[in-house]
Design a protein around this ligand. Structure first.
Ligand SMILES: Cc1ncc(COP(=O)(O)O)c(C=O)c1O
Length: 395
């Protein structure tokens, strides 16, 4: 480990956007160019409107290798809308095992235990930076989990813990993992995401993907609870095929659709899923290199195999920082963020408000490895500045 000088760097990341959502737009994106052919002012039910919606869905199926017999829909309210419509529509038929280890998983756990009030729910939780014991999953139960815990920087490393011959359904919130990792579709029955993460698209609409067994659940199980229109995927006991063929439940934003098309065309040009995975890996490696040579920082998760490669969460290990009270730690991080923001060197690098005070750097596919490399010295500088301020205040 070397102690690097903390003088103000000169070279800035070309794109200072390191937020974990909404994430950096694809390299070279401009609104004028990406949205120039948007179907603005036209009906989403027109032949052209529907064609574009189906195009967004089918390009994703192709890039991600989603089986032809899985149903895919664009739904309201982003990833949250997609995940909650699935929980409300399908849970309760059998016991459910819920795995949570950061803010979003904990939100789904609250939905299940406090809102849906499902009696037969087993919960498996772990603190920030760790993964719960996935081997506890019972294949006769439904299983609810997040593929990539965006706020804790911990992901499931694979789907090997999910049984191929399970009786229950798996519900996977994949929003910050999809397009970055090769997901095992045969193990996933209900999968959701929004465009705003690895694709650098816009929020507001979610993707919902259902395996044939999930569709079977929808038609065979009628939950004993009211379902608002935007959650309903059946009508008169039949599966609403139209929703999964470009006929959205309500009006989508045609700008979001156009932007998603732009992002998907970029992803195809970048080599599809393999190309996106490579970009993520290069970004992660660039950050890992900086962490390895920086004495004041470590990954939040101790176990390398579960570290997220997209929403990378870091903890400060410097004694001066560790000696601070929790509030003062948060203030320290905020002060670093403010300095970097003012310099236009890095935006949105503070960890999520629900996580322990630390940094979170988005390494998804739309970020350039050269920008991650340029970011390191700026983080060193901001850390040294804020730490020096602490020493001054104490003197
Ligand atoms: C793992 C995870 N789930 C759900 C959400 C919520 O996504 P949205 O705001 O698109 O509904 C996020 C957003 O950061 C997330 O990271």
């Amino acid at each position: 480990m070397t102690n690097k000088p903390a003088s103000k760097p000169t070279a800035k990341p070309k794109n200072p956007c390191f937020s974990s959502g909404p994430c950096a737009k694809r390299p070279g994106w401009t609104a004028a160019e990406a949205l120039k052919d948007a179907l603005a002012g036209r009906s989403h039910r027109s032949a052209e409107g529907k064609k574009r919606i189906v195009d967004v869905v089918e390009r994703q199926r192709k890039i991600l290798g989603i089986p032809a017999d899985y149903k895919m829909a664009i739904v309201p309210a982003s990833d949250t809308g997609a995940f909650e419509m699935a929980l409300w529509s399908m849970l309760g038929e059998r016991p459910v095992d819920v795995f949570a280890w950061e803010n979003f998983g904990e939100e789904w756990l609250k939905d299940i235990t406090k809102q849906l009030k499902l009696k037969d729910a087993r919960t498996f939780t772990a603190p920030y930076g760790e993964l719960p014991d996935l081997s506890q999953a019972n294949a006769d139960h439904d299983i609810v989990f997040t593929w990539n815990g965006t706020t804790g920087g911990v992901r499931v490393p694979d789907g090997d813990w999910i049984k191929a011959d399970r009786k229950g359904l798996t519900f996977c919130d994949a929003t910050s993992g999809v397009f970055a990792y090769d997901l095992p579709w045969a193990k996933l029955d209900v999968t959701t995401w929004s465009f705003q993460k690895v694709l650098g698209g816009e929020a507001a609409h979610g993707m919902l993907v259902l395996s044939p067994r999930a569709v079977e659940r929808l038609v065979s199980f009628k939950p004993d609870r009211p379902l608002p229109k935007i959650f309903r995927m059946t009508a008169n006991g039949k599966f609403s095929e139209g929703i999964f063929a470009g006929e959205t439940i309500n009006t989508p934003s045609m700008l979001v659709i156009e932007d998603a098309l732009d992002a998907l065309k970029w992803a195809e040009g970048a080599g599809g899923l393999k190309g996106l995975e490579k970009r993520v890996e290069a970004n992660y490696k660039a950050l890992e290199g900086w962490v390895a040579q920086t004495p004041w920082i470590e990954f939040l998760p101790d176990v390398p195999a579960v570290r997220s490669k997209t929403s990378v969460c870091l903890k400060i290990t410097d004694a001066a920082f560790l000696g601070l009270a929790d509030d003062a730690k948060q203030d320290f991080i905020k002060a670093m963020g403010k300095l970097l923001d003012k310099e236009q060197a890095a935006y949105d690098i503070a960890g999520h408000k629900a996580a322990p005070a630390g940094l979170r750097i988005w390494c998804g596919a739309t970020v350039e490895a050269s920008d991650i490399a340029a970011l390191g010295p700026w983080l060193d500088w901001a850390f040294a500045e804020v730490k020096a301020g602490l020493a001054k205040a104490a003197a």
